[in-house]
Write a protein that binds this ligand. Structure first.
Ligand SMILES: [Cu+2]
Length: 196
């Protein structure tokens, strides 16, 4: 009986010891934890979230910064693309066919404009092959835009026939050369078109 009791006591002690040990090890973190290590738990909890939140904030800021950098890079790339497109447009403008405007000035139905070479405005132009010349009659009288010269007559290359007041005429010069032209109604009206 005594040995059984002893054994029982030992067993009980062992169980208690285990239980104590369990509660000691687990309890400190569980039961005593909130009391003893609660400041430890709280401070890490309060400081840890701070740390993690500041770390998170740092990370977020870093990500934002990177996103901002990417956005900036994209913006710069878009600007560069726009610049290239604009350059291409300028090159198109400078290389592609264009329309050059010439006015038939008011008052040219009476002589005088030839003295200052202003019977066409401008009277002498230089264009590239493929370009179009567009004449606008801003005078009140009718005129013609006729290839050739008063001395040699119409060349047959182009002839507007009568261009009434406020009317227009245009011709596209596909071949290089020097083209004299005049007005058949007012032979003092002469001009030249040089086509490169
Ligand atoms: Cu005329």
């Amino acid at each position: 009986m005594a040995s059984i009791d002893k054994a029982a006591i030992v067993l009980t002690m062992v169980i208690v010891a285990i239980a104590l040990g369990f509660t000691a090890s687990g309890g400190i973190t569980q039961d005593a934890g909130p009391v003893v290590s609660s400041p430890q738990m709280v401070s890490p909890e309060t400081s840890e979230p701070e740390a993690s939140s500041s770390f998170g904030a740092n990370l977020a800021a870093e990500i934002k910064e990177k996103a901002g950098t990417v956005e900036l890079e994209e913006e710069v790339m878009m600007e560069e693309e726009e610049e290239v497109m604009m350059k291409e447009e300028v090159m198109k403008e400078s290389t592609g066919p264009t329309t050059v405007h010439v006015e038939i000035p008011i008052g040219t139905s009476v002589p005088g404009c030839e003295e200052t070479n202003e019977c066409w405005s401008p009277a002498d132009i230089t264009i590239n092959a493929g370009d179009t010349v567009h004449w606008m009659n801003v005078d009140t009288a009718a005129h013609t835009v006729t290839g050739g010269s008063p001395a040699d007559g119409p060349s047959g290359v182009f002839d507007s026939s009568l261009v009434m007041a406020d009317a227009t005429y245009e011709f596209t010069f596909d071949e290089a050369g020097s083209y004299d032209y005049f007005c058949m109604v007012h032979p003092w009206m002469v001009g030249t078109i040089s086509v490169n």
